[in-house]
Design a protein around this ligand. Structure first.
Ligand code: ARG
Ligand code: ZN
Length: 891
């Protein structure tokens, strides 16, 4: 059934206290839930309807007495509760089977330990409850379990009692001092060990930080702990938000549907975002751990202290918290260049994942109006586009102004469950007179209208008058259920460079404002709008949307010469990178159009190659930035720019371009490798990880060129590098270079990598993912992927492992997946149906791999449709997958 945002009503009852007792057992856990409730005086008197799933109900007591109740589907309905305002004591006793819980929602078993995942609607799989985020209660939790098997018993808040029981069992009692919605409840029980750290906050309060992992993984917790300490310090320094708990725990589990979960005081993490040491984790892993640890920690205020009124408001906490974790990682950077690199990486995610979502069948506003399965709406739109919307609010109010807005938000709403409107209003009200306050109702269209706006710009230079006018127009294509879009508020940061000189031109407007600045923020509010700069001494090249100041597509008809000027000179690093991307994209699009009748694809022109050489050899640019500039736009990003997509043509054009860069710059790659390969002692900071990234890229290109020409020297060196590497980043880059070039040495290297890391699950995930995601050369990947499914280390029930093989192939390898014989789509449909019976959330994610099928050229399009129809025809499909495939097939 469809849930509508417009149907929101306040709950008929409030739950004040919850006293939960668990007798933990893998196959039959007993849960006693003692609540005190009272009627909500603001709504008409009505029955209490508690929701539960996969529970065995044993007993219901009202005020200590047996009570009559009825079942209505998943609901336990109590019709005759006492009227009036007195508190009502309700006792519900249920059992459940955590070992059978392969969906990993609710209470489940992983590696012989118990974990919970309650967001969004998992608490109803633990006990009957008002499972909605606007019901906030105080929790007391008692855990009882076998002491030898489950020596550690954790829940939210403070440990107030613990001790031994009969029959080798023991107990622990936890009290959470903060009220919370049930989606933030958590418990953990098992054989775990913790890295501990005591800290004192700026305000002088003491806290205990703990990172719990399985015995044997303790040597991989230092980075997570460092990231947690940095997070605590950052939120206090930047937003004045201190840790409000005596104890803050992170627990890692290898079976987890998503990245991590911000349960109050007891964050539960996918091991992928906790465990790292230099032998097993790459620089990218280190960076991800930092941002996910930060993200979950920052939820403690933005999400937990102030939570969502209903799930349509999900971006209230997720968009804001992604924005905060992005700012955190930027603020940890040593310099502006590293900050820009982080910004470029974030925008790349937005454009390769969110823009397609916004243009496809699952498009939805940042604040959706309806859903069938809320788990399908933990999307890049809610998270990443939501973060861009918050970022625009900061841009329109300034960094200081935004901080004041946050302060007002907490003054108004601390301890409450609120809406996106409440947040936007707070930021605007703290910044009266700002562009945000002036345009707030219109700005909020970012919350209500789906789709990526396009901004078209055109420049007009009057040499005699020394004026330069930029004409803008904005539009937004229809999305499901939204045919017409009204104009957005779009902050556009603009600079001008001299076309001939390459110099940054000082900006001035007719009214005398802005004089001398080198960037200007134009706030678009109309469908069409112009701005005129005066005293423009030289024909300019406009640098538009600096720093990616709004999540839009910018259409400007740049010539190659203009882009080369920007690439060489733009003081805005984002647009400097963007100029290189546009150049490569233009070549790719031309080659794709010409590909049908050309044999040797030669996509990149000499000027581009020369410009790339300049960047690579540049004396002052950082290695990390160079690596980004030299990375060609992905196949997915290229596909998004085309109306009709032939994935094989895109793949062969891009591979041709890669080979061209490899060969034309061979001497430069040799130089780059020689000068970046040694980084001394391993440190995962942006500067040294950038150097490793560039060295790794050089190695890939050298190996690619050598493999193509039959030269054995570089592949041999790469193999040696693989063997000698002192850290996983260098080792994996070498392995990737061999596998990616299709060299014969790849097979023995893969075998030795497996032997080295057979006991390291997260490393094996990389091993699987590398093979499933590797460049297709004549259709070899699918048979290899099918083989991997029967590898003894493959386990489809483990989401990380399923993702490493199945998602890496279906979503991460367009050249391998989109086969003219449709076998990739057949594989996809089989796996969606197989996974759906195990874990609907993971299955529905996989189902999204077909989102863009309507853009495909034949024969892909018809074959993709057939595969979707096959899945949709399955009788007992979950709501999760049903919603995704039905939307994909809708007109
Ligand atoms: N709130 C978590 C985070 O963003 C995500 C949990 C989502 N889980 C789910 N099953 N939908 O950090
Ligand atoms: Zn989050």
């Amino acid at each position: 059934t469809t849930v509508l945002r417009a149907d929101y009503t306040a709950p008929a009852f409030w739950i004040d206290t919850v006293d939960l007792s668990f007798d933990l057992d893998p196959v039959k856990s007993r849960v006693l839930n003692k609540m005190t409730l009272c009627r909500n005086p603001d709504v008409p008197v009505q029955a209490l309807r508690l929701v539960g799933e996969e529970l065995n109900l044993a007993r219901v007591l009202v005020n200590g007495q047996g009570a009559t109740f009825k079942m209505d589907g998943n609901h336990l309905v109590l019709e005759n509760l006492p009227e009036g305002s007195d508190p009502i004591a309700l006792e519900i006793f249920t059992t459940c089977n955590p070992s059978k819980n392969t969906a990993l929602s609710g209470l489940y078993v992983s590696n012989d330990s118990f974990f919970t995942q309650c967001e969004a609607e998992g608490f109803r799989r633990i006990t009957y409850f008002l499972d909605r985020p606007d019901v906030m209660a105080s929790y007391t939790v008692t855990l009882r379990a076998d002491k030898a098997k489950y020596p550690v018993l954790l829940s939210n808040g403070n440990l107030v009692d613990s001790g031994d029981l009969e029959d080798g069992r023991h107990f622990a009692k936890w009290v959470d001092p903060h009220k919370k919605p049930c989606y933030l409840f958590a418990l953990v029980a098992g054989q775990l060990v913790a890295r501990e750290q005591r800290i004192t906050s700026r305000a002088g309060t003491d806290h205990l930080l703990q990172v719990y992992v399985r015995p044997g993984d303790l040597d991989k917790t230092e980075h997570a702990m460092n990231s947690l300490m940095a997070s605590v310090a950052w939120d206090e320094a930047r937003f004045n938000l201190p840790l409000d708990l005596e104890r803050f725990m992170i627990v890692a589990t290898s079976d987890f549907n998503m990245g991590a979960m911000e349960n109050k005081g007891l964050n539960i993490f996918n091991t992928k975002y906790v465990l790292a040491n230099q032998a097993t984790a790459t620089d990218v892993d280190y960076a991800n751990i930092e941002s996910v640890v930060g993200h979950e920690y920052f939820h403690n205020w933005t999400g937990n202290r102030i939570t969502c009124r209903d799930w349509f408001q999900l971006s209230l906490k997720e968009g804001l918290t992604v924005f905060r974790d992005q700012e955190f990682s930027q603020d940890l950077c040593a310099d502006a260049s590293a900050r820009a690199v982080k910004r470029i990486e974030d925008v790349r995610v937005l454009r390769t994942a969110q823009f397609p979502e916004d243009a496809g069948p699952m498009a939805h506003p940042v604040r959706p109006d309806s859903y069938i399965e809320i788990n399908n709406f933990y999307t890049v739109t809610i998270y990443e586009k939501g973060a861009e919307v918050v970022r625009m609010m900061q841009t329109l109010t300034s960094r200081k102004g935004f901080e004041q807005g946050m302060k007002l938000y907490f003054e108004r709403f601390d301890g409450q469950a609120v809406t996106c409107d409440d947040f936007a209003q707070s930021i605007a009200d703290a910044n009266l007179g700002s562009a945000l306050a002036q345009h707030l109702p219109q700005f909020k269209r970012w919350y209500s209208q789906a789709g990526t706006p396009r901004v078209a710009a055109r420049g007009e230079f009057d040499a005699a008058a020394q004026t330069y006018t930029l004409h803008f127009s904005q539009s937004c294509a229809p999305t499901p259920g939204q045919a017409e879009k009204a104009p957005f508020v779009i902050p556009v940061s603009i600079g001008l460079l001299g076309a001939a000189s390459g110099n940054a031109l000082p900006l001035a407007l007719q009214d005398g404002s802005v004089a001398g600045a080198d960037s200007h923020l134009l706030v678009l509010t109309q469908a069409t709008q112009s701005i005129t700069f005066v005293n423009v001494a030289e024909a300019p090249v406009p640098s538009i949307l600096r720093g990616f100041s709004a999540p839009v597509v910018l259409d400007y008809d740049y010539s190659d010469a203009e882009l080369l000027t920007l690439l060489a000179n733009d003081p805005d690093p984002f647009n400097r990178w963007e100029a290189g991307q546009r150049l490569a994209l233009q070549s790719a699009i031309h080659s794709i159009a010409a590909h049908a009748d050309s044999t040797g694809v030669n996509g990149l022109n000499d000027a581009y190659i020369a410009a790339m050489r300049e960047v690579l050899r540049h004396p002052t640019l950082d290695a990390a930035f160079k690596e980004l500039v030299l990375t060609l736009p992905s196949e997915t990003y290229i596909a998004e720019q085309l109306d009709v997509v032939d994935p094989q043509r895109i793949h062969s054009v891009r591979e041709g371009m890669r080979l061209q860069l490899a060969t034309a710059l061979q001497a430069d790659w040799e130089w780059a490798y020689a000068t970046h390969k040694d980084n001394g002692a391993y440190r995962p900071d942006p500067l040294s990880s950038g150097r490793r990234a560039l060295a790794g890229m050089a190695l890939s290109y050298l190996c690619l060129a050598a493999t193509a020409s039959g030269d054995p020297v570089w592949p041999g060196k790469v193999l040696q590098r693989f063997k000698d590497a002192g850290n996983m980043t260098d080792r994996f880059n070498a392995l990737q270079a061999l596998v990616g070039s299709g060299h014969a040495l790849a097979a023995p290297a893969l075998a030795s990598f497996h032997a080295m890391f057979k006991d390291e699950a997260l490393v094996l995930d990389k091993w699987f993912a590398l093979q499933a995601g590797t460049s297709d050369r004549g259709g070899q990947v699918l048979p290899a992927v099918r083989q991997l499914l029967s590898h003894p280390d493959f386990n489809i029930r483990n989401p990380n492992r399923a993702r490493s093989v199945i998602f890496s192939y279906c979503s991460g390898n367009p050249g391998g997946f989109h086969r003219a014989d449709a076998a990739g789509y057949v594989f996809w449909s089989e796996r969606v149906m197989e996974l759906d019976a195990i874990n609907p959330q993971v299955a529905a994610r996989l189902a999204r791999a077909m989102d863009r099928w309507k853009k495909l050229a034949e024969p892909y399009r018809s074959a993709a449709r057939e595969a979707l129809v096959r899945v949709a025809a399955k009788a007992d499909l979950s709501n999760d997958v049903r919603e995704v495939v039905d939307r994909a097939l809708a007109d």
